[in-house]
Design a protein around this ligand. Structure first.
Ligand code: ZN
Length: 133
């Protein structure tokens, strides 16, 4: 893994959260994008070298809506940039981690993504993230 790619924050209302975070960072989101397969709307902010992703669930069964129902708004996942997501998935399975998806899938912001179950990483939902080439 090369670096933290972004931190994902679950929000109830993306429009309101965009306004709050635009004030916080002094800059607007550079991108808004829906990921239909995940039932989420996302926005991305650039903060110096770092990125923050805001996520709103688009229906009650969305993982984000379920997360908020259970735990409230807040930090949802930490995403790590990887060179080769397929080999990282295999490596981490070999190390005993539970993957939520065993094959990389399309994520927001032109990425291939996979998630580790939080129970295998001490309560943190870890996203692997590879730039699509
Ligand atoms: Zn993410």
């Amino acid at each position: 893994m090369r670096k933290i790619e972004h931190i994902g924050i679950a929000v109830k209302n993306l429009k309101e959260a965009n306004e709050t975070y635009a004030k916080l960072f002094g800059a607007e989101a550079y991108k808004e994008e829906g990921v239909e397969s995940e039932g989420v709307l996302t926005s991305f902010f650039q903060v110096g070298p770092n990125k923050i992703e805001l996520l709103e669930g688009t229906h009650p069964d969305s993982p984000i809506s379920k997360f908020i129902a259970k735990r409230g708004e807040g930090i949802h996942h930490i995403a790590f940039d990887v060179e080769d997501i397929e080999s990282e998935i295999k490596r981490l399975e070999g190390e005993g981690f539970t993957l939520l998806n065993k094959e990389a899938k399309a994520g927001a912001d032109n990425k291939l993504v996979a998630f580790l179950h939080p129970k295998s990483s001490h309560g943190v939902l870890v996203e692997l993230c590879q730039e699509r080439r």
